[in-house]
Design a protein around this ligand. Sequence first.
Ligand code: SF4
Length: 382
Amino acid sequence: MELYIHLPFCAQKCRYCDFASYAGCEHQMASYVDALLCEAAVQAERLHHPPMDTVFIGGGTPSLLPAPLLDRLLTGIRQLFLFADDVEFSTEANPGTLTEDWLKTAVCHGVNRLSMGMQAYQPELLRTLGRIHDFTQVERSVAMARAAGISNISLDLMFGLPGQTRAQWLETLHAALTLHPQHLSCYGLIPEDGTPLKADLDAGRLTLPDEETERTMYDDALVLLAGHGFEQYEISNFALPGCACRHNLGYWQQIPYLGLGASASSMLTDSPGCAYTRETNPAAIDAYISMVQQQQWSQRECISITPREAMFETMMLGLRTNAGVSEAAFLQRHGTSLEQRYGQQLHSLQTRGLLTHRDGSWTLTRRGMDVQNAILVELMDD
Ligand code: SF4
């Protein structure tokens, strides 16, 4: 099983962000950690203290939590769940918020992987995004993390930003590579409704690069990172050999997970009559704390995933990865062959050059990656 812990606090809300993250809520940190520990205790009991193969602390900005609170949280969590000997224990962090104390505390509790939001190299693009840091702070944070003993470092980068040129994207990639990360995530910007950035785009105050430029930027990442020894293992994720994020791979492979905290989801397989259930906590900090304090677990949104829906999720998640969807794994998981369930659509997509079939697995072609959503619609509409 995998464990996810959500820390929703941020120093400032980025202009493109629609995650469950909140600025100016530091006064709620202590009661939030209390609520997390209470929820963790209830879930540990319910699930019989499952061993965890991977742990991921995400946000928000986990590095904003003061070190003593992080210590309290991780001490409690480690008492409730058994961590595998080779646990992959990741936390997200943001440059400009990371401190030596925080890193020392994290490492002391077993954190061995750090994922940092660098996003772009150029100060003007970071400003457009509403990020609080500059590249110097990224460099400093990476050096601090290494000095604290974390050798597995991932950087998040974004392309397709308003006003971003291809040359700037290449400069961002090269700058990230100078920091020798083990892992890079390269995300194309998706302007989300309700964000200030989307409002600026809608009003014409900002302009996105055209589709062709964005596709070229993505290709630039594929070529440059391959040339530096990175293996692409998912549409947006690249790692040096042996450094793929096991937590994310587990998610794409539908390994059950427990999510703790505001907006966190769990995927649990203990319900009869459905493939699994997905439970999601309230997104607002107040609502989450109050649900836990009053033990009103029914406030979680609970969705039963039918066996048919679970098959579609296998396709949706598996096709994101370079390993693709394995026929053997599909049959073992669902008791139905991939050919029987999706044969017609898969062969049609293969004929059109959007999927390939190799060694018993189906994967997206490069062209298929560009129209991934349309492919999923085809697989859904049968
Ligand atoms: S740091 Fe991350 S979670 Fe926080 S506001 Fe920015 S994008 Fe959102």
